[in-house]
Design a protein around this ligand. Sequence first.
Ligand SMILES: Nc1ncnc2c1ncn2[C@@H]1O[C@H](COP(=O)(O)OP(=O)(O)OP(=O)(O)O)[C@@H](O)[C@H]1O
Length: 318
Amino acid sequence: MTSVPTVPKTASATVISARNLRKTYGDFNAVDGISFDVPAGESFGLLGPNGAGKSTTMKMIGGVSSRTSGDLTVMGLDPDRFGPEVRAHLGVVPQQDNLDEDLRVRENLLAYGRYFGLPKSYLGPKADELLEFAQLTDKAKGRVESLSGGMKRRLTIARSLINDPKILLLDEPTTGLDPQARHILWDRLFRLKEAGVTLILTTHYMDEAEQLCDRLVVVDKGKIMAEGSPAALIREHSTREVLELRFGSERNTTVAGELQGIGSRIETLPDRVLIYADDGEAALEAVSARGLQPITSLVRRSSLEDVFLRLTGRSLID
Ligand SMILES: Nc1ncnc2c1ncn2[C@@H]1O[C@H](COP(=O)(O)OP(=O)(O)OP(=O)(O)O)[C@@H](O)[C@H]1O
């Protein structure tokens, strides 16, 4: 039997450490040599488009997919060698809800807890506490199929907390949910963070990353393009404001030349032109002064979407 090393004291502040982490399928690099550290209690995000390698990274952290090369430790342990021990520290919320539709809501929590070998005396009160946390107490005896998408997500999160994990892995926690359901979920995740749980989440929603993440890595095609807090990334890779102009589909693609010199950078997208400037209103006045009249104009703050566009030349949401 392999003995489990004790978690080194010096590493207590770092709960996940990846060095040159790589996963290949045939000759395709799904995760292409990424490195990052996550300290305890942080809310850490992997932000990137579909196919960037986010889920593959999560699966390696969760010990359900072995890495091709590189180093990875979770709570000081290698998930490839100590899968069950690593999973005992983790709560996992997969991209697709995989609740047991044959069981009632509360039963889902109990059954999952039994799978972890947790005793009945612990599970009953814990299930009730988690239903309360997930705002599902009144649905305890209901059928899973009768829950809304947001409720199913909350039940999946409640289920992932049955073993009091120190780290919660959330793969695209709010994909497919309506705005209200997303906000309720964000609030619950924020409470977990306040309670000291380390959150690792993947998302392709920039607003979600901005709301939830203390720090994130921007990933594209299996590589890390940038790393930092949302505010620091925006400061480093974008201007304070962005002026969005729509001139109509024909004109959008040809007008950029006439805008040269306004702001510090211009991006032409199929449906609009973006002028990056610290003062968006001043940029708009400069556009008018050139006799150019957009159909619509909007000044907004820079977002992580702008960071992604800057780093990859592509829009985050296709
Ligand atoms: N088992 C597999 N076999 C072959 N290729 C795979 C496998 N799993 C993932 N891939 C490929 O690896 C790349 C990264 O996939 P991954 O699911 O990690 O991306 P992602 O960033 O999580 O995107 P999504 O949000 O779509 O899940 C994709 O091109 C995907 O097609």
